[in-house]
Design a binder for this molecule. Structure first.
Ligand code: AMP
Length: 648
């Protein structure tokens, strides 16, 4: 594609380019028009206040409410149409809520939150599996102006405690258990443990009892049973709190290079406008049509495209609990046949898993409703993209973004123009984003074709993070002060741009790795490994993996080398280290391998040479080693790697 561009393709590209250009050169007029797609209780006075760079305030003075926009405003036109379809192949449940039914559920939940003392501006931590009640709780928070912080159910108690202490919630909402692959995963013991170590535990825990874990214990008066409280609030009506556009709607924690996760803070008005706009212009879903996003509410994709985006747009959202291959690898396609989504959104990892299954499972179902498959979260390799396009007969759209931005930075935008896509590229900058490639050393714009740091010239468009929760200085320092000589937002990804304007994302500039589409800081995993009393020092690197993209691999120095010759030897210690990571961070961060060495490769100034270790682990050349303190450290890494099977 690309080179011998056809006339329609050229016209599409010109239409896209004109649209993008206007979003940057006539920013305020552009977003004033886009803002018409949401309901404002009080109209905004100004489109943008950028008097305190890099902090941008969008739709200043306007008041609105996310829950009103997601539910109430659709009642007149489509009150009886499906808003939320819930399917769990773990419990066998399947439920459907119309906008009117969702309205009743969310009002009741809002009344429950108020009864527990939650008010405007208070934080509510949501630690829940993929059940409809998790979405009710998020929307109920939005209704009363409370700020939710959803923590992915796969995170362990220590991670949960860190987030509790940062957000200081007045309430924690949870369930007795989650379920994965038919196995019950109790949540309540993790919550109890997190609350026992947290310095700022919430007053109450609201627990939805799925009756999966009969062992779970309730501590009165702290713990409150959802069903019991709900019984007293049947038919409740709770008015929406009208928030000023810049008031926070939620906090979502994300990993970085330090062990301390950052609370990405999102506003209210900009968030609503960006998401509805993206539903139409990027994901090409109209009100009344359905979208099927397979992420988890604990991740940004779940926030934006399972809960808020589709509902704000008056579309149906399909929420799924379960694996893509259970009860059989046709389950997603069965859901598509039944609920007829126009657009599906998942990760390349999920598609790589499905690609290994018998294609007959796919052919069995009517997929004719489906027009687009959006894939994001990690690099999309060509074989996976090609397979999905052919097997499903849909347009596969690679889109690139981050927790921080909340909606795509780079993507084809079929709702704007039907530009041809190139394999390996998430196409073009999305409207509103002034994307630049900069030379990390000089700060100058990179020449076409040259590799540079993917950056965004501020102000960031509506919907992007407004600050780090409770830490404006960290927001500036982390994101806007890494490129020499200019205040520009760094994505911490390398990229190139070809002569046709297509971008190619090449990987992170920092020590963050991407496991199955989830970002994890190697520093965080190192800290978790070091929580094991027997480990003196450790380096964790991301190593290429055929299914998950990358997996963490640890190289650890033990305090007492005799341990390795003791009972169980290295294998026992390796197991213990993995369990420590499970307990500290959660199984998603568990190293695929733990190798033991007596020395780690470092520079003379003591910096870990993670890139060189990673190169060796991937069978590549370790690169420039002039700064290494002791070359024998690399020999140890080599020996450790050859002493064990390569990570699969
Ligand atoms: P997260 O905030 O957890 O969604 O992670 C965002 C990071 O995932 C980005 O900074 C990239 O490193 C990576 N990423 C997301 N989408 C893509 C994509 N389409 N292609 C390549 N990398 C991606």
């Amino acid at each position: 594609m690309g080179m011998n561009e056809t006339a329609p393709a050229g016209a599409a590209r010109a239409a896209y380019a004109a649209f993008h250009r206007r979003s940057i050169s006539d920013r305020e007029a552009f977003w004033r028009d886009e803002a018409k797609i949401v309901d404002w209780h009080t109209p905004f006075e100004r489109v943008l206040d950028y008097s305190r760079p890099p902090f941008a305030r969008w739709f200043v003075g306007g008041t609105t409410n996310l829950c009103h926009n997601a539910i109430d405003r659709h009642l007149a036109e489509r009150g009886d149409s499906p808003a939320l379809v819930y399917i769990s192949t773990e419990t066998g449940e399947s439920r459907k809520y119309s906008f009117r039914e969702l309205h009743a559920e969310v009002n009741r939940c809002a009344a429950m939150l108020k009864a527990l003392g939650v008010g405007r501006g208070d934080r509510v931590l949501i630690y829940m599996p993929m059940i409809a009640e998790a979405a009710f709780a998020m929307l109920a928070c939005a209704r009363i102006g409370a700020i939710h912080s959803v923590v992915f159910g796969g995170f362990a108690s220590a991670s949960l405690a860190t987030r509790i202490d940062d957000a200081k919630p007045v309430l924690l909402v949870t369930a007795d258990a989650g379920m994965r692959g038919g196995k019950v995963l109790p949540y309540k013991p993790l919550v109890d443990e997190a609350l026992s170590i947290a310095r700022h535990p919430p007053r109450h825990v609201l627990l939805f009892d799925r009756r999966l874990d009969p062992q779970h214990a309730m501590q009165a008066p702290r713990d409150v049973d959802w069903a019991a409280l709900a019984a007293g609030h049947r038919g409740a009506r709770v008015d929406c709190e009208w928030l000023e556009s810049s008031e926070p709607s939620y906090i979502l924690y994300t990993s970085g290079t330090t062990g301390q996760p950052k609370g990405v803070q999102r506003d209210t008005g900009g968030h609503a406008v960006a998401l509805v706009s993206s539903m139409r212009r990027i994901f090409s879903v109209a009100p009344g049509e359905a979208m099927f996003t397979t992420s988890d509410i604990g991740w940004v994709v779940g926030h934006s495209y399972i809960v808020y985006g589709p509902l704000l747009n008056g579309s149906t959202t399909i929420m799924y609990e379960g694996l893509p291959i259970r009860p059989d690898p046709g389950i997603w396609w069965k859901i598509v046949e039944e609920h007829r989504p126009r657009t599906m959104f998942t990760s390349p990892t999920a598609i790589r898993v499905l690609k290994k299954q018998d294609p007959a499972f796919m052919k069995r179902h009517d997929l004719s409703s489906l027009r687009y498959l959006f894939l994001a979260g990690e690099p999309l390799d060509e074989p996976t993209a090609r397979w999905a396009a052919e097997a499903l007969g849909v347009a596969v759209v690679d889109n690139y973004w981050q927790t921080e931005t909340g909606w795509p930075i780079l993507s084809a935008q079929p709702g704007v123009a039907d530009t041809p896509r190139k394999f390996g590229s998430p196409s073009f900058p999305v409207y509103g984003y002034d994307v630049r490639l900069v030379d990390g050393a000089t700060g100058a714009d990179s020449a076409t074709g040259e590799k540079g740091v993917l950056a965004i010239a501020p102000p960031l468009p509506p919907g992007c993070m407004t600050t780090v929760w409770g830490d404006d200085a960290r927001f500036i320092r982390t994101y806007f002060e890494t490129v020499p000589g200019r205040q520009i937002y760094s994505t911490f990804d390398w990229a190139t741009c070809d002569p046709d304007g297509y971008y190619f994302v090449l990987g992170r500039t920092d020590d963050v790795i991407n496991v199955a589409g989830h970002r994890i800081g190697t520093r965080e995993i190192e800290e978790a490994v070091q929580a094991h009393a027997g480990i003196a020092e450790v380096a964790v690197v991301g190593v290429q993996d055929a299914v998950k993209g990358q997996v963490p691999v640890a190289f650890a120095v033990v305090k007492d080398p005799a341990r390795l010759d003791g009972p169980g030897g290295a294998a026992a210690l390796q197991n213990e280290v993995m369990q420590t990571v499970d307990r500290e961070l959660g199984a998603i961060a568990r190293p695929a391998h733990v190798h033991f060495v007596t020395l780690l490769p470092k520079t003379r100034s003591g910096k870990l040479l993670r890139r060189s270790i990673q190169a060796l682990a991937e069978g590549r050349d370790p690169g420039d080693l002039t700064t290494i303190e002791d070359p024998s450290a690399l020999e140890q890494i080599r020996a450790a790697l050859s002493g064990s099977a390569a990570p699969s």
